[in-house]
Ligand binder design. Sequence first.
Ligand SMILES: [Zn+2]
Length: 138
Amino acid sequence: MVAIWGRLPTLDRLLKWKVVDSNTCPLCSNQPESIQHLFFECGYSNVIWSHVLRSLQFTRPVGKFDCEMAWMMKAAKRSGDRFKLLLIYFAECIYGIWLQRNAKVFTNSCRSSQDMLKEIKFRVACRATDSQHQLLLA
Ligand SMILES: [Zn+2]
């Protein structure tokens, strides 16, 4: 999965290809967009990811992209429902944030981070096993 990161056409690349004329992050309109910014540092994504961490009782602040990726690499090797859920959340967050980013770029509409969080929770619940549901409800 990590191999796809460099291939996501974020705005800084599209800008080089002259597809768009601005490289401001479409989700926060506040910072230049890049992979590094989009998924964790962006205010939109930060709200979602920090909520996910708290809901699974991980008491750590959301770090920069490299820091989060390194942490997730370690977490992926751990066993137990809490870490399995974390991985499912991670995939759904990246996917969901990327879709919202595209919706904003291509249709100029996107859902609030709170709405997105609800949808992500629903998607995770759909993929969770019975014993993982206990943790989601805790
Ligand atoms: Zn942003």
